[in-house]
Design a binder for this molecule. Structure first.
Ligand code: SF4
Ligand code: SF4
Length: 166
């Protein structure tokens, strides 16, 4: 299992064209989603997110009203204050968690300081096992995530081997 983030960044970028090709390829082949999910479960249990936190450093987290409610309650402040102090507008104008030079505003080293109340998007990340639609329909984002997330990077290697993709 590859967990070195520098290696993943380098190899993930190098593999991007191949992963895009794989994404297209599975659309024209029949595959068993359960097999892909099992591979995701196996990879996910062997990687400890607490030693990584790369997604908290590199991704923007979109939040919804439920997240705002939960986080404001957790921090003991009003929703208005939470929105003013901890959120910003994303590229599409929707609210995201504010970011510092080191990533998410709630990241401290490799720890999430609001872990119990973290947004749904963080709970579901990297959206291999939890997310809407089939895995196939989520493949576009996964190609990008394979350049920084050890779980997705290793999952791609497994499913390409499973399907004998060349
Ligand atoms: S809320 Fe926590 S889990 Fe989500 S990005 Fe921020 S630090 Fe990471
Ligand atoms: S989901 Fe991926 S990028 Fe995020 S902490 Fe876990 S292994 Fe790292």
């Amino acid at each position: 299992m590859v967990t070195d983030l520098v290696q993943i960044r380098r190899e993930g970028e190098k593999l991007r064209p191949e992963n895009l090709r794989f994404r297209k390829w599975i659309k024209s082949h029949t595959f068993v989603e359960r097999q892909f999910r099992r591979a995701a479960e196996e990879v996910q249990v062997s990687i400890d997110c607490r030693t990584c936190a790369e997604c908290c450093r590199v991704t923007e987290v979109q939040i919804v009203d439920r997240d705002v409610e939960k986080l404001a309650r957790f921090l003991g402040i009003s929703e208005q204050r939470f929105l003013a102090e901890y959120t910003a507008a994303g590229e599409d104008g929707k609210p995201i968690l504010k970011r510092t030079g080191r990533g998410c505003v709630f990241l401290d080293g490799k720890e999430c300081t609001v872990y119990e109340a973290r947004p749904g998007n963080c709970e579901r990340f990297p959206h291999l096992l939890r997310g809407s639609g089939s895995l196939e329909s989520r493949m576009w984002d996964l190609v990008d995530r394979a350049t920084y997330c050890p779980i997705v990077f290793n999952w791609f290697a497994r499913v390409k081997a499973l399907t004998n993709f060349k």
